[in-house]
Design a protein around this ligand. Structure first.
Ligand SMILES: *Cc1c(COP(=O)(O)O)cnc(C)c1O
Length: 398
């Protein structure tokens, strides 16, 4: 077998595309003016930023004035939640509704607010990885300041019933924020049609560079200043604008939000072949439902092995993937997302996330399907857990 390089971790980050890089380059060495400067080069930078803002606003169906550039998706999440909570706490609203399987940018923000006296209700997910809108409705109280439910989950790719949740929030007159970092460019998103009040996006998950994001805030929703200083971003977020990153982000959004359904159906076909191939491994399961799932997301648990060991072996074969265990972050606990699905610790530990994109070829899928079962077999041969499983059920052979 010939060794290949297969990047299958697009949910972690993506490669900057050629067209994005080309869109950025002139802003490093040619049009490098400070957008706040009075002379022509500064005014030009300002004009370009506003064009980029308009491009991105068009992609999500909002007005340019409703869009604020940030440094990343995490900042957008922090800003939306902290600003709303700080503001509404003054009116006695000190309750947050979110879900158990949010990205840490939302979860840890909520936990920080809990330390400041906020109460948080974490709505559950079902065994397939979906939030039930009724649970959100039931969780909302008189003193709820904000509801924050992610558009699509980063680990298991499940796409949430955002329109229904937004409708409930509107009826109950509570602001609704959604972390759409994984969903953008993979799902058609129009914030007006969906009734979303605040939405977070990030560049590096859609082939722009790391370190650029945006927050949409519906006009009329007050937003507190996040970074104090200069007058950038309509006085809400100080700091000299990262013009090349903004230009690249706009290009990436333009590309990612074009022909979504056509592109996604191609990726889905490859993804399904990947899932079906991996599920031929005995004692494996798909995490998260297959319908309403991000096209490129495959997340399986394989019993009797350790996710980290699997990743190291895959790396040896040139495959970049990710696991549901969080050992790298200094914690031995398996992913909160997989546990929220109801997986046992030992099953969650043997998880593998492969996230493919437009550039993943059929050969890449074949290669993954050749390597993973082979590696799993090797790891199981060394695994005392698997030995016990075979003792308990001698029909298990792998
Ligand atoms: C990657 C990610 C983030 C964080 O975005 P950064 O730009 O890396 O800060 C937030 N939420 C979700 C769902 C993500 O996948």
């Amino acid at each position: 077998m010939e060794k290949k390089f297969v990047y299958a971790d697009n949910a972690a980050t993506t490669k900057v595309s050629k067209e994005v890089l080309d869109a950025m380059l002139p802003y490093f060495t040619e049009h490098y003016g400070n957008a706040s400067s009075i002379y022509e080069m500064g005014r030009y930078a300002q004009k370009c930023i506003e064009q980029a803002r308009e491009t991105i606003a068009n992609c999500i169906g909002c007005k340019p004035t409703e869009l604020f550039f940030t440094s990343c998706g995490s900042e957008s999440d922090n800003w939306a939640i902290k600003s709303t909570c700080e503001r509404l706490a003054l009116r006695g609203k000190k309750h947050i509704v979110t879900s158990v399987f949010e990205h840490h940018a939302v979860l840890h923000t909520c936990q920080a607010l809990e330390k400041q006296g906020f109460e948080v209700t974490y709505v559950p997910i079902d065994e397939f990885g979906y939030v039930n809108p009724q649970d959100v409705a039931d969780a909302i109280r008189e003193d709820t300041a904000i509801v924050s439910i992610m558009f699509a989950n980063n680990e298991i790719g499940t796409i949430q019933p955002i329109e229904e949740i937004a409708k409930i929030c509107k009826e109950k007159k509570v602001l609704f924020h959604t972390d759409a970092v994984q969903a953008i460019g993979h799902v058609d998103i129009n914030v007006k049609d969906l009734g979303i009040d605040m939405l977070s996006i990030s560049g590096h998950k859609i082939h722009a560079q790391k370190g650029i994001g945006a927050l949409y805030v519906k006009s009329g929703v007050p937003l507190l200043n996040f970074i104090h200083g200069g007058a950038q971003e309509r006085n809400k977020r100080a700091g000299t604008e990262n013009v090349p990153a903004i230009m690249g982000f706009a290009k990436a959004m333009e590309v990612a939000c074009t022909n979504i359904s056509e592109r996604m159906s191609k990726i889905t076909a490859k993804r399904n072949r990947l899932i079906d191939g991996l599920l031929t491994i005995p004692k494996s399961r798909l995490n998260g439902g297959r319908d309403n799932r991000l096209a490129g997301n495959c997340n399986v648990s394989i019993e009797g092995i350790e996710g980290e060991s699997l990743l190291l072996m895959l790396d040896h074969y040139g495959i970049c993937a990710s696991s549901g265990s969080a050992c790298t972050s200094g914690s031995l606990d398996p992913s909160h997302v997989l546990l929220a699905l109801g997986l046992k610790h030992e099953v969650a530990h043997g998880s593998l996330r492969l996230s493919i994109d437009d550039s993943t070829s059929d050969d890449d899928i074949d290669y993954i399907l050749e390597v993973v079962p082979k590696v799993v077999k090797r790891l199981r041969e060394m695994s005392p857990v698997w030995e016990d499983m075979v003792k308990a059920d001698p029909s298990l052979k792998y």
